[in-house]
Design a protein around this ligand. Structure first.
Ligand code: AMP
Ligand code: MG
Length: 333
């Protein structure tokens, strides 16, 4: 009897050791679950790499739900979205959703740091150019100047208790920061679901959860060609380009990133890629640096710890901040 008991115990131990060894040496293979959806005016792709595909699906669903929630909150076009309601309020002092208010505070910070290049109050200008969902076309000068007069962050006041004071007709447009915010929120949702390795790409606004991700930087003039490839780990990247939304007229290119001083498309660059810890900041900064142009843009980036940038300037020349090369695994030219 006794002998049998010892024998069984020994077997048990061996079995457990074997199980532990299998766990150590035979890691369960990782699979990548990739899902795409159209939201925020672009194709959003989420990839999750892990051993259990069932929980990956649930995490991806939660991330897409978060993107849809942010889109519904920040859309300037959807009648009756909270942002639309703020823009169309009859009074000059309005109470906005706390989440919108926090984004306005961040927009305010980037407006200050970029010397006004990033400006989230260009709603009237975006509309007059037809970039807010209309059909983009060169506006009459009179209409552009009128919209310019009704744009400009300096006319806005952030008050306490989620209140905002703004002159009638000055409209918020969070197109330069909202997509990055949505991507960041989606990345946070994935992390909350226990995801350790994921990549979210919303038309060039990207967040990497964990490491092992490689992402190409699109050439601004040669479609489908890359400038280089980045290795990403727990970091975000955003790109602003004059090839994303544009039209040509009289041999000139008119695009959607506007210089708040003139109300005209900014002329400083063809594309700007910014790497930062948070995708909201990367997004705001890519727009800001695009407007600032290479010299002032790089000076701003160098002043910010943990932020790097690659700029294709208006002549097509590539410039990089001092630490950008550390992320490049391959450069095509
Ligand atoms: P992005 O692609 O991130 O550079 O954002 C471009 C979008 O931001 C445009 O479609 C506008 O909705 C908005 N926008 C345009 N010019 C500016 C600007 N100077 N500052 C902030 N947002 C802008
Ligand atoms: Mg941006």
């Amino acid at each position: 009897m006794r002998k049998t008991a010892i024998y069984t115990g020994g077997l048990m131990l061996l079995f457990l050791a074997g199980y532990a060894l299998a766990g150590l040496f035979e890691e369960r293979p990782l699979t990548t679950v990739k899902r795409t959806r159209i939201a925020m005016g672009t194709l959003i792709e989420i990839q999750v790499r892990q051993s259990q595909t069932g929980s990956a699906e649930a995490a991806i669903q939660a991330a897409f739900t978060e993107v849809a929630r942010v889109e519904a909150l920040l859309s300037a076009q959807r009648p009756d979205s909270p942002l639309w309601r703020a823009n169309h309020a009859p009074t000059s002092t309005i109470v906005v959703e706390p989440e919108i208010y926090r984004l306005l505070q961040r927009s305010d910070e980037w407006w200050q740091r970029s010397d006004g290049a990033f400006d989230a109050s260009l709603g009237a200008l975006v509309t007059v150019w037809g970039f807010g969902g209309g059909s983009p076309a060169l506006p009459l000068e009179h209409d552009r100047l009128d919209a310019l007069e009704h744009s400009g962050w300096g006319q806005l006041q952030l008050l306490d208790q989620n209140r905002l004071k703004r002159p009638h007709r000055v409209e918020l447009d969070l197109g330069g920061i909202g997509k990055g915010y949505a991507v960041q929120q989606a990345a946070d949702a994935l992390r909350r679901h226990g995801v350790q390795q994921a990549l979210i790409n919303a038309g060039g606004d990207i967040a990497a959860v964990g490491g092992g991700w490689r992402v190409g930087i699109q050439h601004p003039r040669r479609q489908g060609e890359l400038i280089g490839t980045l290795a990403l780990e727990d970091i975000a990247v955003a790109t602003s380009g004059d090839y994303e939304q544009y039209f040509e007229q009289g041999g000139r290119r008119y695009h959607h990133i506007l210089d708040p001083r003139s109300g005209m498309p900014a002329q400083g660059a063809q594309s700007v890629t910014v790497i930062a810890a948070d995708c909201t900041d990367a997004d705001a900064l890519s727009t800001a640096v695009f407007v600032l142009g290479a010299a002032d843009g790089l000076a701003l980036v160098e002043s910010l710890p943990g932020v790097e940038s690659l700029i294709v300037d208006k002549s097509g020349k590539i410039l990089m901040s001092s630490g950008f090369r550390g992320y490049l695994v391959q450069q095509e030219r």
